[in-house]
Design a protein around this ligand. Structure first.
Ligand SMILES: Nc1ncnc2c1ncn2[C@@H]1O[C@H](COP(=O)(O)OP(=O)(O)OP(=O)(O)O)[C@@H](O)[C@H]1O
Ligand SMILES: [Mg+2]
Length: 263
């Protein structure tokens, strides 16, 4: 099989996450869709896309306390609403990719996976593998899943990406967000400086860093921790800006070091 790349399109990039609104950032979405299409036209590789949630997922998940597990019937509505909201975002992402010329196809994590105490313990990959063989680009997302311990829980895109990367032996993982990588302090701060390489040794500096808008899945520190484990298995990950012109395309075409490398 061809090399497999996995791209995460962060909620901070494709939605108005900083305003905590369930609105798509159409400009950013169109831009990254175009760059993905251009990269696929230039180079042969298999691709899986996972997108984040922004307010589409984080806000209803918080309102109905879905990360605390299933405590009672009032949450049933929250489960349904949160998933439906993510499906709406997913269809916008798939549509944008298809318009750009990518053979994108939605896959629904809540129908394929199971959590156990918040961790993904099972995910049926049979269909995804066949889709890749046919040149289709599966597009998954952060979703509400059944949790075998707690009833329900949230699978973040940041947890799904490393899982898929490990199980499907990806050769590269690219995380595109609104800022170009990981910074020593909140990137909104003028003094913030990009960290070029993050390892187990310097990850501590992210302690206490918050995210923009609502995030029920741990924000930036948890994001980096999810991918450090991947790096330790030899799958390189890069966090880049999806807003900077051609950064995603150039990274897909093999350039390294535009953002933050996790190793
Ligand atoms: N030290 C830091 N370096 C980089 N980003 C940071 C840092 N501290 C906080 N952030 C914030 O983290 C955000 C990226 O993480 P976040 O989980 O919010 O985005 P995402 O994963 O794209 O969204 P989603 O979870 O909805 O997919 C950036 O928008 C930035 O505002
Ligand atoms: Mg997040």
């Amino acid at each position: 099989m061809k090399e497999l790349y996995i791209v995460k399109l962060g909620g901070s990039l494709i939605t108005r996450k900083d305003a905590d609104e369930a609105l798509v950032n159409d400009g950013n979405l169109k831009k990254v869709s175009g760059e993905i299409a251009q990269a696929l036209a230039k180079k042969k590789f298999n691709l899986i896309i996972v997108h984040g949630a922004g307010a589409f997922g984080h806000v209803p998940a918080k309102k109905y306390k879905l990360t605390s597990g299933f405590k009672g019937k009032e949450q049933s509505k929250g489960i349904a609403l949160t998933h439906a909201s993510m499906e709406r975002l997913n269809s916008r992402v798939v549509e944008s990719l298809m318009k750009a010329g990518v053979n994108a196809m939605a896959f629904q994590p809540s129908a394929a996976g199971l959590l156990e105490d918040g961790r993904l313990v099972y995910f049926n990959l049979d269909a995804i593998e066949e889709m890749l063989r046919m040149g289709v680009v599966p597009v998954g997302y952060g979703d509400v899943l059944v949790d075998l311990d707690k009833g329900c829980g949230i699978l973040s895109g940041d947890q799904l990406v490393p899982y898929l990367a490990k199980e499907l032996d990806a050769s590269r993982v690219i995380i595109a967000t609104d800022y170009n990588g990981i910074f020593d302090v909140d990137p909104k701060d003028k003094k913030a400086r990009k960290i070029d390489v993050i390892t187990r040794k310097n990850v501590g500096i992210l302690s206490g860093r918050k995210t923009s808008g609502t995030d029920v899945t741990g924000g930036i520190k948890r994001k980096v921790e999810e991918i450090l484990e991947l790096a330790e298995r030899g799958i390189p990950t890069e966090i880049i800006s999806g807003r900077k012109k051609d950064f995603l395309k150039r990274t897909l075409l093999g350039e390294k070091g535009l953002g933050t490398i996790v190793e």
